[in-house]
Structures are given as structure tokens and as C-alpha cells.
Write a protein that binds this ligand. Structure first.
Ligand code: ADP
Length: 485
């Protein structure tokens, strides 16, 4: 490992199966690389169905005792876990940058954001209220209670190696569930560090397993198991649909946070400087590798040229490089296929008539670095209009009127995040109501927070994470009919 940590024990080349740590065996392990340099930073065990079974059984046992605790007792363990994450945020941030590539300030920011889900749900767990409903007969009362769903399986991606885990683990543990997690193979060390801190916080043994290894073998075991009552997944729509199918025979509850194709609309009456600032965040955060990243930027005729010029100027100031270097705001792409996708989208758009305003090619740094790019005169027939680029490419579409842009914005199979900038109050309501998306940012490019329900419609997924709605996803409703009263 090439960065030093205040607490080196947070970097463990091991998986946690039930109560046992399994160290990486050099002959049967997955190598993890630093995307900025290509160097090997460590190995994790390559595990499969057998270990997943053991973890699920440990979870089944541990969950009973955990659910029997009071919500306040669970909250105090979660609170401790949150505090440990904050105390260790510099180390956790360094591990994250090392394996994921995002700039250190952004990585440390993700740790604080990730920890906030543990804090929020520690609090929210004490408010999982039921109902007492007036009876349908004089001697009856209808009681509704919410109980933990049981054992939960989670599969998470590499773009937020910390927060995508805590956003699931927080509500699951707060509600009284157990969790078996498979983190992305590109970024397992952040997940493992979280598990080290969970142990220190006093999370009961067996309640939380972190399994590294074969995605297909682990996923198949998780979905086939009748013990696992919920699968929560963040990743591509393609894999989400596959897991949906695999979960059908056991009728699991599903939480799916899948792909997006976010529109970002700038109307004539927008504050252009604010819109540029919002676009920078919505487009270039995590180097364009978030499922809520602006993928299509629609700018109204009257302000198109002015917006393009301002955006190009602002993007010109963004420094690309190794996330550990001072002043860097754009890291590398996660791997070569990610780079190739950006190259394909740019080539396709340019071939069909788009103009390159900035960037447009791999960065001189080599590796998987790509220049922050702006394309103008982008049209609906280009690949970037339909597919998520997941890279530092801002394509600018031109539009004339509101109805037309709403139609274009909704003309996608996805429905996760959307953004628009406008001042007219009636327009703000009209457009917010007309956008077929789970989330709408109005005059802001940053919408994610523990207090708000995150999630999408259409092929972008099922269910919501965060907020008071997020914990409901980990509970079952039980109706008790009280008679003879
Ligand atoms: P991404 O584009 O973010 O890599 P994926 O959907 O490929 O999206 O991966 C998200 C997570 O799903 C990762 O943890 C990955 O290992 C896991 N995964 C990929 N394929 C499968 C599969 N067939 N079954 C279960 N999990 C899978």
C-alpha cells in the first residue's frame, strides 16, 4: 500500500464472513488497483457461494438478538459507529481515493456524507411507528406494527464505495435487520474498513458480513436463499434486472438504485452564473461517474451561447490529476472500459455534427484520465442523448420552448435525477410536476442528503433510500386484529 494511515489496521486485506475474518490467499484472491497509477494496492479473498451461505446463516442467527433489542440500544451502537467514521475520516478518505481515484477532499466529503446516513437512521430507528385503526366491528381494534424484514443482502458499486453501503446499512440495522454485503471488486477496501469500525462500535458478531469475490456466484446465492428477505442493489440497470429475475422464485423485496440519464435544463429566465455553478457540480462531481450526474444539458435559445461560453471558462479551471495531488478536482476514470465509453460518445457526437468547445480527447496524463469536455450542437440522434456517459462529458442541446424541452427530457427509459434552472414561480411548479423523474433539483445541482428520499422511476429503479421513507423499506407491516374488546 502506498499511502500512510494514522491507523493502518483500517486497511485489511480480508473479508468478514459471520464472525470470522478470512485473509486474502495470494493464490485465490482479487487484485485491487489504484486507477490513477495502475499500481496494485492490495488483494482481497475471492469467495463464492459457500462463504455466502455461511454469512447468511450467521446473519439469520444474529438478527434475532439484534431485533430483540430496543431501538434505543440499536441507536447507541449505530451512533458509536457514526462517531468512529467521523474520527477516522481522514484515513477512510485516503483508502477511498487510493482505490477509487476521486480527489482526496471529495473522498473525505463522501465519508462525512456516508456517515450521515448512519447518524440519521440511528435517530430515525426510534420512530418506526405503527398504527391503531378504528375497528370495523364494535368489539374489534386494528393494530398495525412494523417489524424488521430480517436478513438483507446488499450489492454495491464502486462510484461511492462508502456512501452506497451506509445508505443501505444504516436503515437496515436501525430497523433491526442483519446484512450480508458484497462490495464492488474495484473498491472493497472502503467496505472492509467500515466493517472494522462496525466491530469496534459493538455491532454484534455475525450481523454484518462483507464478502468479496465472484459477483455472479455471490449474487446467485444471495438471490436464491429463502432466508434473505430483501435484496438492495445499486448498480447498472442490466444487472439490476438480472437480480430482479433471480429474486422472483423467493419473492424477495427489492430495492434497486439503477442507471440514470439526467436532464439539466437552463431556461431563459435562469440565473446563468448559478446555472453554470450547478452544472459543474451536477456534471463533473466524481468526474461524471454518478448515477445522478447531468447527462444531457438543455439550454434555451436566448441564453445558449452565453451559457456555453461561461461553462467553458469555468471547466477550463478544473484540474485533472491524481486525487492525492493538491488542487485536483477531476480524478481518473475507474477503468479502461469507462474511458472507452466516453471516447465512443464523443466520436459518435462529433461524427454527427457536434462541435468540441473544450477537451474531447484522452488527457495527456495517459492511463484512464480524460479531458473535461464540452460539446455544443448536440442533437437527439446522438448516443449521448440516450445512454449514460459516466464520464467528464457535458453535451449541450439547444431548445426553443418549454413543452418541447419537457418532451425531450422525458424521452428516455430512465427516471432518476433531473435538474432545471428558472426563476418564474409558475414555471418552476409546471416543470417540476411534468418531469418524469424520482428527483428534481430546482436551481441546484446537488440534491443528495440523508434527509431526502433518493430513488428513481422507470428503469432507474424501485424504492427509496434515505429519509424517513428509507427505513420503511426494511420493515414489514403486520396487522393484528384484536377481537373481543
Ligand atoms: P457498474 O457499472 O457500477 O460496475 P454493475 O451493475 O456492473 O455496475 O456492478 C454493480 C455491482 O454489482 C458490483 O458490486 C458488481 O460486482 C455487482 N455485479 C455485477 N454483476 C453481477 C451479477 N451477475 N450478480 C450479482 N452482482 C453483480
Amino acid at each position: 500500500m502506498s499511502v500512510s494511515l494514522k491507523d493502518p489496521s483500517l486497511f485489511r486485506q480480508a473479508a468478514l464472513i459471520g464472525e470470522n475474518w478470512i485473509e486474502a490467499d495470494p493464490d485465490n484472491s482479487i487484485q485491487v488497483n489504484n486507477p490513477a497509477t495502475g499500481e496494485i494496492i492490495g488483494r482481497v479473498p475471492k469467495l463464492g457461494a459457500a462463504e455466502t451461505k455461511i454469512a447468511i446463516e450467521a446473519a439469520r442467527i444474529a438478527q434475532k438478538g439484534w431485533a430483540a433489542k430496543t431501538a434505543k440500544e440499536r441507536a447507541s451502537v449505530l451512533r458509536k459507529w457514526y462517531e468512529l467514521m467521523i474520527e477516522n475520516k481522514d484515513d477512510l478518505g485516503r483508502i477511498l481515493t487510493l482505490e477509487q481515484g476521486k480527489p482526496l477532499a471529495e473522498a473525505t466529503g463522501e465519508i462525512a456524507y456516508g456517515a450521515s446516513f448512519i447518524e440519521w437512521f440511528a435517530e430515525e430507528g426510534r420512530r418506526v411507528y405503527g398504527d391503531l385503526i378504528p375497528g370495523h366491528q364494535p368489539d374489534k381494534r386494528i393494530m398495525v406494527m412494523k417489524q424488521p424484514i430480517g436478513v438483507v443482502a446488499a450489492i454495491t458499486p464502486w462510484n461511492f464505495p462508502n456512501a452506497m453501503i451506509t445508505r443501505k446499512a444504516g436503515p437496515a440495522f436501525a430497523a433491526g435487520c442483519a446484512m450480508v454485503l458484497k462490495p464492488a471488486s474495484q473498491t472493497p477496501f472502503s467496505a472492509i474498513a467500515i466493517a472494522v469500525l462496525a466491530e469496534r462500535a459493538g455491532l454484534p458478531q455475525g450481523l454484518f458480513s462483507v464478502i468479496t469475490g465472484s459477483a455472479t456466484a455471490i449474487g446467485a446465492e444471495m438471490t436464491a436463499s429463502p432466508v434473505v428477505r430483501k435484496l438492495t442493489f445499486t448498480g447498472s440497470t442490466e444487472i439490476g434486472a438480472e437480480l430482479y429475475k433471480q429474486s422472483a422464485p423467493t419473492i424477495k423485496k427489492l430495492g434497486l438504485e439503477l442507471g440514470g440519464n439526467a436532464p439539466f435544463i437552463v431556461f431563459d429566465d435562469a440565473d446563468l452564473d448559478a446555472a453554470v455553478e450547478g452544472a459543474l457540480i451536477a456534471k463533473f462531481r466524481n468526474n461524471g461517474q454518478t448515477c445522478v450526474c447531468a447527462n444531457r444539458i438543455y439550454v434555451q435559445d436566448g441564453v445558449y451561447d452565453a451559457f456555453a461560453e461561461k461553462l467553458a471558462k469555468a471547466v477550463g479551471k478544473l484540474k485533472t490529476g491524481n486525487g492525492f495531488d493538491e488542487g485536483v478536482v477531476l480524478g481518473p476514470l475507474i477503468d479502461r472500459p469507462a474511458l472507452e465509453k466516453v471516447e465512443e460518445h464523443v466520436a459518435d457526437a462529433v461524427k454527427k455534427g457536434a462541435r468540441v468547445l473544450r477537451g474531447g480527447k484522452p488527457h495527456a496524463l495517459g492511463g484512464t484520465f480524460y479531458e473535461a469536455t464540452i460539446l455544443a450542437d448536440v442533437t437527439p440522434d446522438m448516443a449521448v442523448a440516450r445512454e449514460e456517459t459516466f464520464g467528464p462529458l457535458a453535451p449541450l442541446f439547444r431548445f426553443k420552448d418549454e413543452n418541447d424541452v419537457i418532451k425531450q427530457a422525458n424521452d428516455t427509459e430512465f427516471g432518476l435525477a433531473s435538474y432545471f434552472y428558472a426563476k418564474d414561480l409558475a414555471r418552476v411548479f409546471r416543470v417540476a410536476e411534468a418531469l418524469e423523474y424520482g428527483m428534481v433539483g430546482v436551481n441546484t445541482g446537488l440534491i443528495s442528503t440523508a434527509e431526502a428520499p433518493f430513488g428513481g422511476v422507470k428503469l432507474s429503479g424501485l424504492g427509496r433510500e434515505g429519509s424517513r421513507y428509507g427505513i420503511e423499506e426494511f420493515t414489514e407491516i403486520k396487522y393484528v386484529c384484536l377481537g373481543g374488546i
